[in-house]
Design a protein around this ligand. Structure first.
Ligand SMILES: Nc1ncnc2c1ncn2[C@@H]1O[C@H](COP(=O)(O)OP(=O)(O)OP(=O)(O)O)[C@@H](O)[C@H]1O
Length: 578
C-alpha cells in the first residue's frame, strides 16, 4: 500500500488505492504489479504474450533471447515451457520451406528441437549459448553438428565476386599514405608475418575507407578477417563489425591478469585459428588490459597453428589497430590525467612492437560529395578542431577558454532551452515523424540534469498522450549485510535516485519520439549502446521501436524491461533497476 501511495493520486478509500487505469485489483500486490513496480517472472510471460499480438515470431524469439540474457529470470525452464507454443508458431512453415516439403508434419519433440535451434542461432550471434543458461533445454546435438561451425560459416558466406569489384574500385582511389598502410597489412597477412600495425589519423582521414578496402580484399579471397571496435556504434560502421568485448569475450572488469573467456575447442577458438587478420577500430578508447587479455589468449589458442606462438605478440596473428589519440581515451572514473595515460594502449608492453602509419589528408573534403564552399568551411572547422586537440588554441593566458566561431553559436536569449530546441529542431511539430529529419539531429549536453530538462520540454511539445514506464527498484541482497534494507532504503528513496547512464525511475514515451539505446543488447540486430530508434508500439510490458541509425535501419525491434545497475555509485549498496 505504501508503494501505491507514491503513485495513485487523490485516493478516497482503500479500494481506490488499488484502482489502476480503471481496474480495481483484489490486493495491493496485484495493483503494484499492474504498475510495473514489482519484480516477478510472470512479467516475462505477460511481456511475450502481449508482444505476440504485434510482432513476427522471429522478432518474438529475439525478444525471448533479450529476456534470457538481460533480464533476471528466476526459472528459465518455466518461462520456456509456458511460452514454447507461441515461440514455435511459425516453425512448421519455416521447415516446410527449408526442406521444400509442403505437407511436412513435426512431432512436439521435433518442434521443440527446431525452435531451440533457432533460439541458439540468435544466441550464437551474440556470442552466447543455451548451454550457459541454467536449466534451459538444449537443441538436438545432431542439428547443431549438421550446421557446423556457424561462426566460421558466417565469415565465409560473403559474395566474393561483388567484394572483388568493391576492392578494385576502392583500391584505385587510395591516396599514397593509405596505399602504403594497405600494402604493409596485406603483405603481413599473405606472408603470415604477424605484424602489429597502428593506423592513426584524425576524423575523416579515411581509416574506415582503408578498412573496407582491406576487408573486401581478404574476404574476396575466402579468408577470414574479424572486424571489431571498442564501442558498439563504431562497430556498426564496419562490415560485420562487433564490439571487442562481445567478439573476444573480454571481461568487463578487466585487469592486468585478465584473459578472454574463450575455451580451446570452442567454436570461437576454431574461428580464431582460421582467422588471417583482426582489425580493431577506435583502439585508443580501450583500456590497455583489453589488448593484453587478447594477447595472452591468442598466444595460448594459436599454439596449434604456429610454433612458438607463446613468444609472439598476439600469438603471431596480424593485427591492425586504428584510431586517434586526440579522441576519447579510456574512461577512468575520477581518474587523473596520469591514470588515463597509464591505462592507454601506448603504455602497454605491446606498444613496443607496433609499426605506426599516419593518415593525414582529410578525405571528407576530397570525396567529391561536397561543394567547394562547403569544403572550405569544413577545412576551416577541421583545422580549428585539431588546434583545440593539440592544445594550441586558447583565448586566454590561463589556457582555459576557447573562443567559439560565431557560426557555430546560437544567439543568446531569455529562454535558452527554447532557443536551442528551435535551432536544432526547427518546425518540429510538422516533421517529428520523419526519420531522416530526426536522424541528423541531436543535442549534446555535459550534464544529465540538462538532458532531462530538454527531454521534458520536447516531449511536452509533441502531441499524444504517451505512456509512462516505472522501474522496479531493489537493493541487491548480496551487496548489503543486513536484512533491514527495506527500512534503511525505502522504495521511494530508491526510486528517487538518479545515475549517469541509467534511466530514471519513470520514463515517459510517446509514439514517434526518438530514443537512444543505452545498452549493447544485440549487435547482430544493430542494437547497441548509442543506437537511435523511434518509439512505435508502446505496450504495457515492452516497447517496439524502429531503428534509425547504424545497421538494420528501418527494422523493428521489441525491448522488454531489463535490469541495470550503476557501475560505481556513492551508495553503500548495489541498486538493481528493472
Ligand atoms: N581514398 C579515398 N578516396 C575517396 N574517398 C575517400 C577516400 N578515403 C576516404 N574517403 C571518403 O572520405 C570520407 C571520410 O572517410 P572515413 O569515414 O573513412 O574516415 P575516418 O578516418 O574513418 O573518419 P572518422 O574517424 O571520423 O570515422 C568518407 O566519405 C570516405 O568515403
Amino acid at each position: 500500500m505504501r508503494m501505491l501511495l507514491n503513485f495513485v493520486k487523490g485516493c478516497t478509500s482503500f479500494e481506490s488505492i488499488r484502482r489502476i487505469n480503471g481496474v480495481t485489483h483484489d490486493n495491493y500486490k496485484d495493483a503494484c504489479y499492474a504498475l510495473g513496480l514489482l519484480e516477478d517472472d510472470k512479467e516475462w510471460n505477460d511481456c511475450l504474450a502481449e508482444a505476440a499480438l504485434w510482432v513476427t515470431r522471429n522478432e518474438l524469439r529475439n525478444l525471448f533471447v533479450t529476456i534470457l540474457i538481460h533480464s533476471q529470470v528466476t526459472d528459465y525452464r518455466k518461462i520456456w515451457n509456458t511460452n514454447f507454443e507461441i515461440l514455435s508458431e511459425d516453425i512448421i512453415s519455416l521447415q516446410r520451406k527449408r526442406f521444400r516439403l509442403k505437407d511436412l508434419q513435426l512431432t512436439k519433440k521435433q518442434l521443440e528441437a527446431y525452435t531451440l535451434f533457432e533460439i541458439e542461432s540468435i544466441l550464437l550471434k551474440m556470442g552466447k549459448s543455451l548451454k550457459d543458461i541454467d536449466r534451459m533445454p538444449l537443441p538436438d546435438s545432431a542439428l547443431l553438428n549438421n550446421a557446423g561451425n556457424r561462426l566460421i560459416n558466417e565469415e565465409l558466406e560473403y559474395d566474393k565476386d561483388a567484394l572483388k569489384i568493391v576492392h578494385d574500385q576502392s583500391f584505385a582511389l587510395l591516396n599514397a599514405r593509405q596505399k602504403s598502410a594497405y600494402e604493409a597489412i596485406i603483405n603481413s597477412v599473405e606472408k603470415e608475418e604477424g605484424r602489429l600495425l597502428f593506423i592513426s589519423g584524425h576524423g575523416g582521414t579515411g581509416k574506415t575507407f582503408l578498412w573496407n578496402t582491406i576487408i573486401a580484399k581478404i574476404r574476396s579471397q575466402s579468408r577470414i578477417v574479424l572486424t571489431v571496435a571498442t564501442s558498439g556504434i563504431a562497430a556498426l560502421l564496419l562490415p560485420n563489425g562487433r564490439t571487442t568485448h562481445s567478439r573476444f569475450h573480454i571481461p568487463l572488469d578487466v585487469s592486468s591478469e585478465s584473459t578472454c573467456e574463450i575455451k580451446q575447442g570452442s567454436q570461437l577458438a576454431e574461428l580464431l585459428l582460421k582467422t588471417s587478420l583482426i582489425i580493431w577500430d577506435e583502439a585508443p578508447m580501450a583500456n590497455k588490459f583489453c589488448f593484453e587479455a587478447l594477447d595472452k589468449t591468442l598466444r595460448d589458442i594459436l599454439r596449434v597453428r604456429y610454433e612458438n606462438s607463446s613468444d609472439k605478440s598476439f600469438g603471431g596473428l596480424t593485427i591492425v589497430f586504428g584510431g586517434d589519440f586526440h579522441q576519447i581515451l579510456p574512461v577512468i572514473p575520477k581518474g587523473t590525467r596520469a591514470d588515463i595515460v597509464d591505462t592507454s594502449l601506448n603504455s602497454s608492453y605491446l606498444w613496443l612492437f607496433f609499426t605506426i602509419y599516419e593518415l593525414k589528408q582529410n578525405m571528407r573534403l576530397y570525396s567529391g560529395r561536397v561543394s567547394d564552399s562547403e569544403a572550405a568551411k569544413i577545412s576551416t572547422f577541421d583545422k580549428w578542431l585539431l588546434q583545440i586537440g593539440d592544445g594550441s588554441f586558447y583565448d586566454d593566458i590561463n589556457k582555459e577558454l576557447i573562443k567559439l566561431p560565431p557560426d557555430v553559436c546560437i544567439k543568446p536569449s531569455n529562454d535558452p532551452i527554447g532557443s536551442i530546441v528551435e535551432a536544432v529542431y526547427p518546425s518540429l511539430l510538422q516533421k517529428y515523424n520523419d526519420p531522416t529529419y530526426l536522424k541528423e539531429r541531436a543535442i549534446l549536453t555535459p550534464k544529465n540534469k540538462m538532458v532531462h530538462e530538454l527531454n521534458d520540454t520536447i516531449m511536452k511539445m509533441l502531441p499524444g498522450e504517451g505512456r509512462t514506464y516505472f522501474s522496479s527498484d531493489n537493493v541487491c541482497k548480496a551487496s548489503v549485510n543486513t536484512n533491514d534494507e527495506d527500512l534503511l532504503y525505502p522504495t521511494e528513496f530508491l526510486n528517487s535516485l538518479r545515475f549517469p547512464g541509467i534511466p530514471n525511475h519513470d520514463v515517459h514515451l510517446k509514439v514517434g519520439t526518438p530514443v537512444m539505446l543505452l545498452r549493447n543488447l544485440n549487435q547482430s540486430e544493430g542494437l547497441c549502446n548509442g543506437t537511435r530508434l523511434i518509439a512505435m508500439d508502446l505496450g504495457k510490458w515492452s516497447a517496439s521501436a524502429n531503428i534509425i541509425s547504424g545497421k538494420n535501419i528501418g527494422s523493428r525491434v521489441t525491448i522488454p524491461r531489463i535490469i541495470m545497475s550503476p557501475n560505481d555509485s556513492k551508495w553503500p549498496f548495489k541498486l538493481k533497476r528493472r
